[in-house]
Design a binder for this molecule. Structure first.
Ligand code: SF4
Length: 419
């Protein structure tokens, strides 16, 4: 009897354990499914917002939009789409999350980490007059706060002939403006077997005679004299340079891993300003980097005063997991960071307005984006120097290059009438 009871008890226990285990696994599985779904609906909302904001960012009629940020979407089959998004949307998304986000077979940003550049990619376009052309992927700079070299891998350049044929095709379709895109376009070609660099590429692109050429982003470290000469000597390379400075203090720049001192930055800036007629400049600045003192921050304000940027994209430092800076004690109090950002933004706005005021009375060339949604008599577009202009006109269409007389301005845009 005892033996029998013992066997039954053992069997009962075994069955109970198996069932318990199965129930446990089911609960875990169900939770995973639920969290996948939560993730999906989060992504749905995100993507919906991205697309909405993309429109807003580029309809150009809402006054204070500046340079767009780009988010890459990658289809499972390696097709890429690059969409411009507003800074606010960009900031809402944590770059580190992109690789994990999936949407209808799209992944965000985490484009092939290493190796080949896939050709025949669809181009990103705005209407039928502006397009973005990728020239390279990845970054080898390893600034200590930046996750890009880890998520996007080493610098890989597209071949010159592929880039040129894409631009010829766009030109054939009537596109007026192309922007050459890369994390650091100045490093273009370093990884190619054939001798190629960004100056050579820019020259070849200029010789396609497409109307307007822009490029972004340029790291100050790789900006060669040859590049400056090419920009200065071709009329279809636009006089607008985005030159991220990040801090006005050389010790900070060193801790950030930026590879230039503030004096070197000033020298480069001076050369660009001198060689390129009527050139506009924008920059990126981080405040509240670990250990940033009041004195060092003051030097950031000083570099803004020195360069009098037309625009600056300013950020409060926040650590990105997996970067060297994330190991540093983030010892600048939050309210100090916020105060510094507000002070910096006020200074940036002051020069933006001052630079815009200098346009009043001038007649400038504008590439028309389209009519305002609110008022069909008002069109918007950008100057050669990448200034947004809202202007009165009739009978113009998007893609037209028109002359506009500037009559007034706000901090972030110009106001005018078709000349
Ligand atoms: S900040 Fe720019 S240059 Fe520096 S690592 Fe990141 S992508 Fe490269």
């Amino acid at each position: 009897g005892d033996v029998c009871t013992g066997v039954f008890m053992d069997m009962f226990l075994a069955i109970a354990i198996i069932f318990g285990g199965l129930i446990f696994l089911y609960v875990i599985f169900a939770e995973e499914v639920r969290s996948e779904r939560r993730m999906d609906s989060h992504v749905d909302a995100t993507v919906a917002r991205l697309f909405q904001d993309e429109e807003a960012a580029f309809n150009g009629t809402n006054g204070n939009e500046h340079r767009p940020f780009f988010v890459e979407f990658v289809e499972e089959n390696q097709k890429r789409h690059i969409l411009p998004v507003k800074k606010t949307v960009y900031n809402k998304l944590n770059i580190g999350d992109y690789g994990r986000l999936r949407y209808n077979g799209f992944r965000f940003i985490d484009f092939s980490k290493e190796g080949e550049v896939i050709e025949n990619l669809p181009v990103s376009r705005f209407g039928t007059h502006k397009a973005w052309v990728n020239i390279m992927y990845g970054c080898d700079k390893f600034c200590t706060y930046c996750i890009v070299p880890y998520t996007r891998g080493k610098e890989r350049s597209r071949l010159v002939e592929d880039i040129l044929s894409e631009i010829e095709e766009l030109k054939g379709k009537g596109f007026k403006e192309i922007t050459l895109l890369g994390q650091n376009v100045n490093a273009y070609g370093k990884d190619l077997k054939e001798p190629a660099n960004f100056a050579m590429l820019l020259k070849s692109v200029a010789e396609t005679k497409i109307e307007r050429i822009r490029f972004t982003t340029s790291h100050p470290w790789d900006f060669s004299d040859e590049m400056i000469e090419i920009i200065a000597s071709y009329d279809n390379i636009m006089p607008y340079i985005h030159l991220p400075v990040q801090s006005g203090n050389s010790d900070m720049l060193k801790i950030m891993g930026r590879r230039y001192s503030i004096d070197e930055y000033k020298t480069l800036f001076g050369k660009l300003k001198e060689r390129i007629a009527d050139c506009a400049f924008s920059t990126d600045i981080i405040v509240g980097f670990p250990n940033e003192t009041d004195e060092q921050f003051k030097q950031t304000l000083e570099i803004v005063e020195h360069c009098q940027f037309d625009n600056a994209f300013t950020f409060i430092y926040s650590p990105r997991e997996g970067t060297p800076a994330a190991q540093m004690a983030d010892n600048v109090p939050k309210d100090v960071k916020k105060k510094r950002l507000a002070q910096l933004n006020a200074k940036v706005a002051q020069y933006a307005l001052k630079n815009n005021q200098a346009y009043i009375g001038r007649t400038v060339e504008v590439l028309v984006d389209g009519p305002s949604k609110k008022n069909p008599e008002i069109y918007s577009g950008y100057t050669r120097t990448q200034k947004l202009v809202n202007f009165k006109a009739d009978g113009v269409i998007s893609g037209d290059l028109v002359n506009v007389t500037i009559t007034d301005c706000k901090t972030w845009f110009l106001i005018g009438e078709k000349a």
